[in-house]
Design a protein around this ligand. Structure first.
Ligand code: KG4
Ligand code: ZN
Length: 365
């Protein structure tokens, strides 16, 4: 089954064609992040306007890049005839941005007479772990995650730990009580005057520090607090980190020189808490696999720390983390989620839902 996924929940306009939930035939993303970098964060109205500009060209490019060459025609009706269904992110996200994708997908479903599947963006992130990277398409065995799986979704707006008993069978274990992990990166980066999005900026600065000071061990990066790390639950709290970074910044006369060291400490504090809490859940629930997903999962130190701690604790678990470019927002995992949770509904019943939670009900027949 071939699914065209569409994703417009925030500042990326994305479309992708995926076969049987695992093989990426195309993956096109237009981002307005550069525009938001100038203002230090997303202005929802501007993000929605950019979505309107990009959506049709992006869908067009996704179809052409999936089928254009092989079919020896670029005639649109021939390209769309190869699609079996559409998948669309209905939430959570910014309402203006979501509406652009949702209304476009509904229109295409009606015009092309194709089934349409509404998708919750949060559990969908996890399906990047079912995808085979494009260059490996057709080659090698794909090691799909086994159930039960424990999954950590860490994005710009959400931090959720869930137990996955099967496709569509998710139990929420815990999440952030205030800021999301990605938000902590974005807000602290702003305090350091680093460009949006903050995660990649902090990670680049941290790398400078660790590279310049190879004898520094990660254990010494302790200037910031690790809230709730020892609490016997699966909740997180990151808003205190922002305050601690602000206080540190205010005491520095020569901030610019110390940015790499502060960044390394921010990254380590966030990674420490995420790894400790997640592995606490692994020890308790003994799942067969551990899945990481969401933009923050692109962080190299976080990925490394998970691997090291799994080894240290000798945990018998398959660890899955998507390649970094599939962690951040794109439409491949929207299509993959729709394949493994195939519940099309009449296009008339599809509605954007900006407040959706990771286990939230989004299908109304
Ligand atoms: O999943 P995502 O692309 O969009 C949402 O659904 O929110 O996540 C975006 C978040 C941003 O907060 C961004 O700063 C963070 O992911 N991020 C990273 C990295 N790349 C993106 N955080 C840490 N390290 C990275 N390399
Ligand atoms: Zn996302």
């Amino acid at each position: 089954m071939i699914i065209l996924g569409i994703e417009t929940s925030c500042d990326e306009t994305a479309a992708a064609v995926v076969e049987n939930g695992t093989k990426i035939l195309s993956n096109v993303i237009a981002s307005s992040a550069d525009m938001h970098a100038k203002t230090g964060g997303i202005i929802p109205e501007q993000a929605a306007r950019q979505q309107v500009k990009s959506i049709i060209p992006v869908v067009n490019r996704a179809l052409h890049s999936a089928f254009g060459k092989k079919s020896q025609t670029s005639h649109f009706s021939l390209l769309t005839s190869k699609i079996d269904a559409l998948a669309i992110t209905v939430g959570p996200g910014l309402i203006g941005s979501l509406l652009v994708g949702v209304e476009t997908a509904k229109t295409l479903s009606y015009l092309w007479d194709k089934p349409i599947v509404p998708v919750n963006h949060l559990p969908a992130h996890l399906y990047a772990n079912w995808l085979r990277p494009m260059q490996e398409n057709g080659r090698g065995e794909l090691k799909s995650p086994k159930f039960p799986a424990l999954a950590l979704v860490v994005s710009g707006g959400h931090t959720d730990l869930v137990l996955m008993q099967g496709h569509g069978n998710l139990k929420w274990l815990g999440g952030t009580r205030d800021d999301a992990a990605g938000e902590a990166f974005d807000k602290t980066a702003r305090l350091l005057d680093l460009p949006y999005p903050g995660g990649p900026s902090i990670s680049v600065e941290a790398e400078k520090f660790l590279h310049q000071s190879p004898i520094i061990s990660h254990q010494s990066l302790t200037i910031f607090p690790r809230p709730m790390i020892d609490k016997n639950n699966f909740d997180f709290s990151f808003s205190g980190l922002k305050t601690a970074v602000l206080r540190t910044v205010q005491t520095k006369d020569n901030l610019e020189q110390e940015i790499p060291e502060i960044a390394a400490n921010i990254q380590e504090a966030i990674a420490d808490v995420l790894v400790a809490k997640t592995l606490r859940a692994v020890k308790k629930f003994q799942p067969k696999s551990l899945l990481l997903a969401g933009g923050v999962a692109a962080n190299a130190r976080l990925r490394e720390k998970f691997k090291l701690e799994i080894e240290n604790w000798k945990l018998k678990i398959d660890f899955h983390v998507p390649p970094p470019h599939l962690c951040t927002d794109n439409a491949t995992y929207i299509a993959a989620h729709a394949y493994f949770n195939y519940h099309p509904i009449p296009w008339q019943n599809i509605k954007a839902n900006p407040q959706l939670t990771i286990t939230g009900e989004w299908i109304k027949n």
